[in-house]
Ligand binder design. Structure first.
Ligand code: ADP
Ligand code: ZN
Length: 455
């Protein structure tokens, strides 16, 4: 099937009815005249830079070093005079070093899942919480979720921003939220059916797991009347979207965010699923070359950098997200004036360098889908054998793929190998595994295990 964008758009817009397509008053901010939006951004950027300079030693020191004073921000372009910030800055100032308000004003703390060592801590004032709920709500509205929805939210609740963040948005929308969090997959399937769920929220990789378990329980998700799902917190391809939509009849939408900025709700797709709109009245996006840190023009791929425009507890300036994307140069068909970024398939740091070749897990996902038109569960294992780095892809065969014949399985293995090698340009080892044998995450999928000998 040709997966070109126009086809996707036609398919999606027919799934909508006039009632849902209306521009509701809550959406007005997404359609603000561009000039007004830029004015608002400038005003807010200046306030945010001033707050960070006056209240956060790290930003003041960096700006002093660069010779930038808050008054130097006279136009939006002047943002290049502001120094960058990174995850390391949040770690180095753990736990409260970047807070710009007194702790008595902070009503919520979250911490990022983090990878090593101490987590990073983020805080919110009451107003910050209100903004967070509103941006998530605007994203949900843009994707067609409504107050009548009954939502099963299997994003993890707790310190991770996913569960509570999405919860706040649905609640602001007036939907009925089931705060089930991740885990206990059989119960997820049971409640989905018994509670008359119409909408889902969570990580797409965990939903694949739920689909498997429902299958095994002999329960059809397709017959449940679930209309939409909002997925995010990890990269997932268009192929994975088609796979889920075809099997379940559920329309899937992408939401993006990161703890350092607010959590989920920094950006979200609209009904056209052609990139994610950034809620630009609160978050200012830039794309820079990850090597030179020079700004890149719209349409060109680079590292996404975001500055918060209204956050009070923890203003963040020019935060290097490590996420690779581009700002779309063209207007979206929906008419929103807030700009879009392309969906995110990779980060600068989930990149695997294998024998000098850059490899992203998303490329392997694409290759597996291409070979079998189905998305098996997979894991990438890096190792060193005879002083040579190896890349093994463990592929769990699905029940449809299992065959008694050895040669059929060998054929399957060869097909995966060929498809991956064609895309990556390096040799890989394929190991086929029994259904359900690879570890599954109930939150973000952990795709890469690195056992390579570090020199
Ligand atoms: P951590 O960096 O510890 O995982 P977060 O939980 O805040 O912290 O995760 C934010 C990151 O998750 C983003 O920078 C991005 O890499 C990834 N992410 C979030 N939403 C999406 C999405 N819709 N598509 C792709 N990646 C996403
Ligand atoms: Zn749009």
């Amino acid at each position: 099937m040709d997966k070109s964008a126009p086809q996707r758009i036609i398919m999606r817009s027919t799934a909508w009815n006039d009632e849902e397509n209306r521009v509701l008053p809550e959406m007005a901010l997404d359609f603000m005249p561009e000039e007004k939006l830029r004015d608002l951004q400038l005003q807010r950027l200046r306030a945010s830079v001033k707050l960070a300079y006056e209240k956060v030693p790290l930003f003041r020191e960096r700006m002093d070093e660069k010779g930038t004073k808050p008054e130097d921000i006279k136009t939006l372009k002047d943002i290049v005079k502001v120094p960058f910030s990174m995850k390391k800055d949040l770690r180095d100032t753990y736990p409260y070093g970047l807070f710009a308000v007194d702790l008595s004003e902070v009503v919520r703390l979250h911490a990022s899942s983090g990878t090593t060592g101490k987590p990073i801590v983020v805080g919110y004032t009451k107003e910050d919480m209100e903004v967070w709920a509103q941006v998530v709500k605007r994203g949900l509205l843009a994707c067609g979720f409504r107050s009548t929805d009954i939502v099963q939210n299997f994003f993890g609740y707790g310190l991770f921003t996913g569960g509570m963040g999405i919860h706040g948005g649905f609640e602001a929308l007036g939907a009925t939220v089931i705060p089930i969090s991740g885990g206990n997959t059989e119960r997820q399937v049971m409640l989905m059916k018994d509670f008359g769920v119409t909408a889902l929220a969570g990580t797409p990789s965990y939903f694949l797991r739920i689909m498997d378990v429902a299958d095994k329980m002999g329960i059809s998700i397709k017959d449940m009347g679930i209309k939409r799902a909002i997925f995010g917190a990890e990269p997932w391809s268009d192929g994975m979207r088609d796979y889920i939509e075809e099997r379940t009849g559920i329309k899937c939408y992408d939401i993006y965010g990161l703890s350092e900025i607010v959590g989920p709700g920094v950006g979200c797709e609209c009904e056209y699923c052609d990139g994610m709109h950034i809620f630009e009245d609160h978050f200012y996006p830039e794309i820079v070359d990850p090597e030179t840190l020079e700004p890149l023009p719209d349409g060109q791929e680079g590292e996404l950098v975001i500055s918060t425009l209204s956050k009070r507890a923890m203003p963040i300036l020019r935060y290097r997200t490590r996420d690779i994307t581009a700002i779309e140069a063209t207007k979206c068909k929906c008419g929103r004036t807030i700009r879009r970024i392309r969906r995110i398939g990779r980060r600068t740091d989930d990149m695997i360098i294998m024998r000098g070749v850059n490899v992203f897990p998303s490329q392997i996902e694409t290759a597996l889908l291409r070979a079998e038109k189905a998305l098996p569960h997979y894991q990438i294992v890096l190792d060193t054998k005879n002083n040579m780095d190896t890349l093994e892809v463990k592929v769990e065969v699905t029940r449809d793929m299992v065959s008694d014949s050895m040669s059929a399985m060998e054929q399957l293995s060869k097909k995966f190998k060929h498809s991956i090698e064609q895309i990556l340009g390096i040799s890989v080892i394929i190991t086929l595994c029994e259904p359900d044998s690879l570890p599954r995450s109930e939150g973000k999928a952990k795709r890469v295990v690195d056992n390579r000998k570090k020199i």
